[in-house]
Ligand binder design. Structure first.
Ligand SMILES: [Zn+2]
Length: 193
């Protein structure tokens, strides 16, 4: 075997490895894009009407990764949405992403992933001041819903760390909207005006 042949073999091998790498990454991207772009719609859609199951420890990594993609997706400058729940991307598990805005013109806010979130306490007073639309109901006009002004939420982060936080104002309505999705409840069920 001459050195030219060895070199040729090596070159072919590298070319093919690169080729497969491209195919592999393209498929991964395609899968993520398809998943993220395919927003479930319709008030009678069975996926959107499912009471979602808790995320188990063994599933954590997988859904935490999807949750991160969901954050990227809603924060994309073309969208700038404020929340998304797992059933809206065809996953009937209890996790959501939400922007904790104080008001619509708030410029400094965090967008977080909440796994297995639960409202463990809330204010007595409610508010009906935020107009709510839903990505899953593109043909439905935004409306108003009575929401607790403040909620105390227990959830787990992507590293399985338990967190308890109080959320108020617009962020509180957003999180209540997304938790409703995890229970198969849509805005049309709750509109008061
Ligand atoms: Zn919604």
């Amino acid at each position: 075997m001459c050195w030219q042949f060895i070199f040729f073999e090596l070159w072919i091998h590298l070319e093919y490895s690169y080729f497969y790498y491209i195919i592999l990454t393209n498929n991964i991207n395609l899968e993520i894009n398809t998943l993220m772009l395919q927003i479930e719609t319709g008030k009678d859609n069975p996926v959107l009407r499912t009471v979602c199951e808790k995320v188990k420890q063994s599933e954590w990594k997988k859904y935490a990764k999807i949750g991160k993609e969901m954050i990227k997706y809603i924060k994309h400058p073309d969208h700038m949405w404020v929340g998304l729940a797992a059933p809206q991307v065809w996953i009937t598990k209890r996790f959501l992403v939400a922007s904790l805005l104080k008001d619509w013109d708030d410029e400094i806010f965090s967008t977080i992933l909440m796994i297995n979130p639960e409202i463990i306490e809330h204010s007595d007073d409610t508010t009906c001041e935020y107009s709510e639309g839903c990505l899953s109901l593109p043909k439905t006009k935004a409306g108003y819903i009575n929401r607790y002004k403040r909620i105390k939420v227990e959830y787990y982060d992507e590293k399985m760390k338990k967190k308890i936080i109080w959320i108020e104002k617009l962020g509180s309505a957003i999180v209540q909207h997304e938790i409703d999705h995890l229970n198969g409840v849509l805005v049309v069920d709750k509109f008061v005006k």
